[in-house]
Design a protein around this ligand. Structure first.
Ligand code: SF4
Ligand code: SF4
Length: 145
C-alpha cells in the first residue's frame, strides 16, 4: 500500500550515529577481515563482476556499505553465504579491498553466535545420497559453527 504523502517507510530508515560508525560491530568486521572498510568508495566494480550476483539479495558493494555503516542487518543477508570466495571482486577493486574476507568475517560473526547456517537434518534424503562427500565436508566447514 502506498504511504501517505510526506511519510517515510520506517523499515527503510537507517539510523546513523558516531557510536554506530565506530561501534563494536564495525570494529569486529575490520578486525576479523583485516580490511579497512572505509577504503571502499562504492564504485560498484565488485558487483559488476561477481559471478554470484544474480542469486544475491544484496550486491557485494551493498554488503560492504552496510558493514561500513554498522548495519548488523547485513548478517541476515543470503549474500554472505552465497559468496564463493572466487576473488573476482578483489582483482577488480581499484581500492584494494578484499571483499571475500569481509564476507568471511560476516559469516564468522554469525557462526560464532552459535547459529548454524545449515542443518544437515533439513536436507532431503535424495540430496544426501547423491551429493559428493567433499561437498558435505566443504559445506559443513562453511555453514556450521
Ligand atoms: S570494487 Fe572495491 S571500492 Fe568498488 S565498491 Fe567494490 S569494494 Fe568498494
Ligand atoms: S569473492 Fe564473493 S563477492 Fe567477490 S566476486 Fe567472488 S562470489 Fe562475488
Amino acid at each position: 500500500m502506498p504511504l501517505p504523502e510526506g511519510k517515510k517507510d520506517q523499515s527503510r530508515v537507517i539510523s546513523l550515529s558516531r557510536q554506530v560508525l565506530v561501534g563494536d560491530f564495525v570494529k569486529k568486521v575490520k578486525e576479523i577481515s583485516g580490511q579497512e572498510l572505509l577504503d571502499c568508495n562504492q564504485c560498484g566494480k565488485c558487483s559488476a563482476g561477481c559471478p554470484m550476483a544474480s542469486a544475491m539479495d544484496l550486491l557485494p558493494n551493498q554488503v560492504i556499505r552496510m558493514a561500513q555503516l554498522g548495519q548488523e542487518e547485513v548478517l541476515k543477508s543470503r549474500t554472505i553465504w552465497l559468496c564463493a570466495s572466487c576473488l573476482t571482486c578483489e582483482s577488480r577493486c581499484p581500492r584494494g579491498v578484499d571483499l571475500s574476507r569481509v564476507m568471511d568475517a560476516l559469516r564468522l560473526i554469525v557462526l560464532r553466535s552459535g547459529t548454524p547456517a545449515l542443518d544437515l537434518a533439513d536436507l532431503e534424503q535424495e540430496h544426501l545420497l547423491q551429493a559428493p562427500q567433499l561437498a558435505f565436508i566443504a559445506s559443513m566447514r562453511k555453514y556450521m559453527p
